[in-house]
Design a protein around this ligand. Structure first.
Ligand code: R5P
Length: 285
């Protein structure tokens, strides 16, 4: 299988190719003077080959690049698409009348043989994709393995809300590290209030774990709550390090010890690679 890395997932695609004992296909990504994107696959032997395109759609341009890469694979025997992080996935329903269901608008534009995502925010989004199969991969175990290697004092994994309990449970399952959760109430787009849960974090190192950190509002509040309850060091772990605007400063200002994430979005915090997970799945096709 030939592995093609989009502009936003070049390192991850290269790691996946390495796991599959191949080299990533060389591509050219450029911009026209008016800002339009240019994409070219620099491999004349795409036809009748099995292809896997790996591209996270963190920005709008990333999504255009993905569409261009799929189009450029015309004639391939099989086109598999891996979207490690799918932008717009949080707008998966109409929260107010007249709103676009952005996740649906985006995914309806995709056509491929098999599509893979990683911890997609809402699995029902996959139903909009025009593909023979869609699979959401679970990366929380990988974060659990990494948390286990940290030298933590009486570690506790905490989900910042009930929706993320399954992540904490998964991360804890193979490591034996205890887990718990906090209760969250969203006040506005950027403001959340978190009610404390009945757990004793006194003197313990806590790892807050969520699917994504966007503005950092959820985590900043959670850090403050845990610190006020006597937690020792507070670490953050997430699958998708969206980390928009001043999120990193906000989190360190709130007292976080470190931020750990996977490479579904390639950032400095992406110390845990989902490449083994993706390579395993592609190997099974
Ligand atoms: C919400 O449903 C998600 O799981 C995250 O908790 C949320 O997206 C984090 O957003 P922010 O960092 O802006 O608080």
């Amino acid at each position: 299988m030939k592995i093609i890395g989009g502009p936003a997932s070049q390192l991850l695609a290269s790691r996946v190719a390495g796991k599959m004992n191949s080299k990533p296909v060389l591509c050219e990504f450029d911009k026209f003077p008016d800002g339009e994107l240019y994409t070219r696959i620099l491999d004349d032997n795409i036809e009748n080959e099995k292809i896997a395109i790996i591209q996270c759609t963190y920005t709008d341009s990333d999504f255009i690049s993905l569409l261009q890469l799929i189009d450029a694979c015309e004639g391939a025997e099989q086109v598999n698409v891996v979207i490690p992080y799918l932008g717009y996935s949080r707008q998966d329903e109409k929260f107010k009348s007249g709103e676009a269901i952005s996740a649906r608008a985006i995914t309806r534009a995709l056509t491929a043989d098999n599509v893979f995502t990683v911890n997609i925010h809402e699995k029902s989004i996959l139903e909009y994709i025009n593909a023979n199969s869609t699979t959401d991969l679970e990366a929380s175990y990988l974060l659990g393995n990494h948390i286990e290697t940290l030298d933590l004092k009486e570690p506790l994994i905490v989900a910042p809300d009930s929706g993320a309990i399954y992540l904490a449970e998964n991360a804890s399952s193979k490591t034996g590290i205890e887990y718990d959760y906090l209760e969250k109430e969203r006040i506005s787009g950027e403001k959340v209030s978190i009610k404390t849960k009945n757990m004793d974090v006194t003197g313990r190192d806590v790892v807050l774990l969520d699917d994504m950190i966007a503005t950092g509002g959820t985590m900043a509040e959670s850090i403050k709550i845990l610190k006020s309850q006597g937690a020792n060091d507070v670490y953050l772990a997430c699958i998708h390090p969206v980390l928009a605007k001043n999120a990193v400063l906000r989190l360190f200002n709130a007292g976080v010890r470190d931020i750990i994430s996977t490479d579904t979005i390639e950032k400095a915090e992406s110390v845990v690679s989902v490449a083994p997970l993706i390579a395993d799945s592609l190997n099974k096709i």
